[in-house]
Design a protein around this ligand. Structure first.
Ligand code: ZN
Length: 70
């Protein structure tokens, strides 16, 4: 969906990108990998406005961080 811009469930093309962010106390869409908000891996979410299906993506650079942590 991120690459095609098309929903795999309903073939809709009204895709919304919700960028990941890191706020206080782990708010926002992210994965905590440490004790501070600076050590959170951000998760971008793609939402289909037609059927509500959503997909989550993590930056490639952050994959290594996750591998170290989990
Ligand atoms: Zn859809």
């Amino acid at each position: 969906m991120k690459n095609t811009g098309i929903c795999p469930k309903c073939n809709g093309n009204d895709i919304l990108k919700v960028p990941g962010k890191s706020g206080a106390y782990g708010s926002g869409n992210n994965i905590q990998v440490g004790l501070t908000i600076f050590s959170a891996v951000l998760v971008d979410r793609y939402v289909c406005c037609s059927c509500g299906y959503s997909e989550e993506w993590i930056n490639k650079e952050d994959i290594e961080t996750l591998k170290d942590r989990f």
